[in-house]
Design a protein around this ligand. Structure first.
Ligand code: NAP
Length: 262
């Protein structure tokens, strides 16, 4: 069965103009979905819409700042009565540094974008999906969710929220036809680092930590949608660290990770 019939005609992608969200937009268009693309800057969304033209998909662009007090309501009213088959809760920002040195508003924006927005959009669109007993929700967490992450304190905590929210929701819906997928990307080459003023020389990163490209994340995730409830798309070392967390004492992991990341 084609995806628009299986899930519903439209896919919403938040944070669709760049990085992982942009890659999801491409891969969903390739699978026949019409796209509701969300970000603050219209110009970026127009570029993605033009890129998706070759798949003859319909696009609807929503230039909304989701940290604004009425941002979520604005998006929901723009989407109107379009049948939302897939919701990709992707929008995210990074702030790196000592907790006390990062501006409070930036940290609160992370909490809004990574916690409030996915909960509100999921609550709204899941109700409609349940009425039709069809749909899918994809939540983007991070490998940072799994372990202690100094200098990314608020970011890592909000990504753990995404992970628990998504995994628990998937269990609650296991007897329905709604597919909930938790995506855990590792280090991925996107504009997020530049936006956070975090200078990374991607070319000099050792092979075992090599960042992936956003399309690997979206393609692998969509390939297993409906077959698995979660996926980690990360380098060999990141997967090793995730597993070590379950096996080794906290103090030892803190020592190792602080040497690696601080
Ligand atoms: N990159 C990685 O290594 C990595 C690893 C693990 C998980 N992730 C997760 O993957 C997701 C996407 O990250 P990314 O690296 O692809 O980011 P990115 O390339 O920086 O893209 C962020 C997107 O969000 C939009 N956006 C930012 N603030 C917004 C706001 N207030 N309202 C609406 N839209 C907003 C941006 O467009 P505008 O600026 O036009 O608004 C852009 O489309 C995030 O949830 C992140 O935590 C990333």
């Amino acid at each position: 069965m084609k995806w628009p019939e299986k899930y519903g005609e439209w896919a919403i992608v938040t944070g669709a103009s760049s990085g992982i969200g942009r890659a999801f937009a491409h891969d969903l268009a390739q699978r026949g979905m019409n796209l509701i693309l969300v970000a603050r800057q219209l110009a970026g969304l127009e570029e993605v819409a033009a890129e998706c033209n070759s798949w003859e998909t319909k696009t609807y662009l929503c230039a909304v700042d989701l940290t604004e007090p009425n941002g979520i309501h604005k998006l929901i009213s723009l989407v109107g009565d379009r049948e939302v088959g897939i919701l990709v809760n992707n929008v995210g920002i990074v702030a790196r540094g000592l907790f006390t040195k990062i501006e409070l508003q930036r940290q609160l924006d992370m909490v809004t974008l990574h916690c409030t927005v996915p909960v509100a959009l999921t609550h709204h669109y899941l109700a409609q999906m349940l009425k039709r007993n069809q749909g899918a929700i994809i939540n983007i967490s991070s490998v940072a969710a799994y372990h202690f992450q100094p200098l990314l304190t608020t970011y890592a905590a909000t990504k753990e929220f995404d992970w628990k929210f998504s995994k628990s929701l998937a269990w609650e819906l296991k007897d329905t036809d709604i597919d909930i997928l938790t995506v855990v990307p590792g280090f991925t080459k996107t504009a997020a680092y530049e936006a956070a003023d975090w200078k990374i020389d991607f070319d000099s990163i050792p092979a075992l930590f090599k960042p992936q490209n956003p399309r690997e994340v979206s393609k692998k995730s969509l390939d297993i949608l409906g077959k698995q409830r979660s996926i980690i798309v990360a380098s060999f070392m990141e997967k090793l660290i995730i597993n070590a967390n379950y096996l080794l004492p906290d103090r030892f992991m803190e020592f190792i990770l602080s040497k690696m990341f601080v």
